[in-house]
Design a protein around this ligand. Structure first.
Ligand code: SF4
Length: 197
């Protein structure tokens, strides 16, 4: 035999029934809401493949940018994840790489060339064209002044010892190969890459 219902249980059941029927009466069905499929957060984004810039492993990443490059859409990288097709990491990222989005949107991130003139104490923004011209000019002046064609024994060495070249780890094999070829062709001896660090 069932136990008699207490006064408290009676009121609780009545309130629950009243609440449910009111919600349904307003046109809201909990069953429908539960069955709703959440929108895939990467839908409507553009994929760009890249290389994690942090260390020598050089894991492949995919960056997802809002919008489809239409003119009225403001692009913003909103998600970064490991590239499952990349032979190095097969989609995995270490905690540093997994937090790449923070670096992308960091207010301290350098996004354009700046220069501090000799004797100056301020960094001044310059264009990429200016930056490349300045680098090329400095390289030429230094190379012309210090290039060594032969050593003490008269052996041809074609060395340029007074300028070094630091190559990025954020580039893939092909640009890395070209950068080394370019520096060696100029006679540069001191080469290093951040990927080694
Ligand atoms: S994800 Fe981690 S291991 Fe891979 S390159 Fe970036 S820092 Fe290195």
């Amino acid at each position: 035999m069932n136990a008699p219902m207490s006064r408290r249980s009676f009121f609780r059941i009545c309130a629950t029934g009243l609440g449910t029927s009111s919600v349904v009466g307003l046109g809201f069905s909990p069953q429908l809401a539960l069955a709703e499929v959440r929108t895939f957060k990467l839908a409507q984004t553009t994929e760009t493949r890249g290389t994690c810039p942090y260390c020598s492993v050089s894991c492949g990443v995919i960056m997802y940018t809002t919008g489809d490059k239409s003119k009225n859409i403001k692009s913003r990288i909103m998600h970064v994840e490991g590239d499952p097709d990349h032979p190095v990491n097969r989609g995995t990222l270490c905690p540093k790489g997994a937090a790449l989005l923070d670096m992308v949107h960091s207010p301290n991130r350098l996004q354009y060339p700046v220069v501090r003139e000799p004797g100056g104490n301020e960094w001044k923004r310059i264009t990429w064209d200016d930056a490349l011209t300045r680098v090329a000019t400095h390289m030429k002046i230094d190379r012309d002044a210090n290039f060594v064609e032969t050593n003490d024994k008269g052996v041809t060495v074609n060395r340029w010892n007074t300028t070094g070249f630091l190559i990025s780890s954020a580039i893939s094999n092909e640009p890395g190969y070209l950068a080394v070829k370019m520096a060696r062709a100029l006679g540069m001896v001191a080469l290093d890459t951040q990927a080694r660090v």
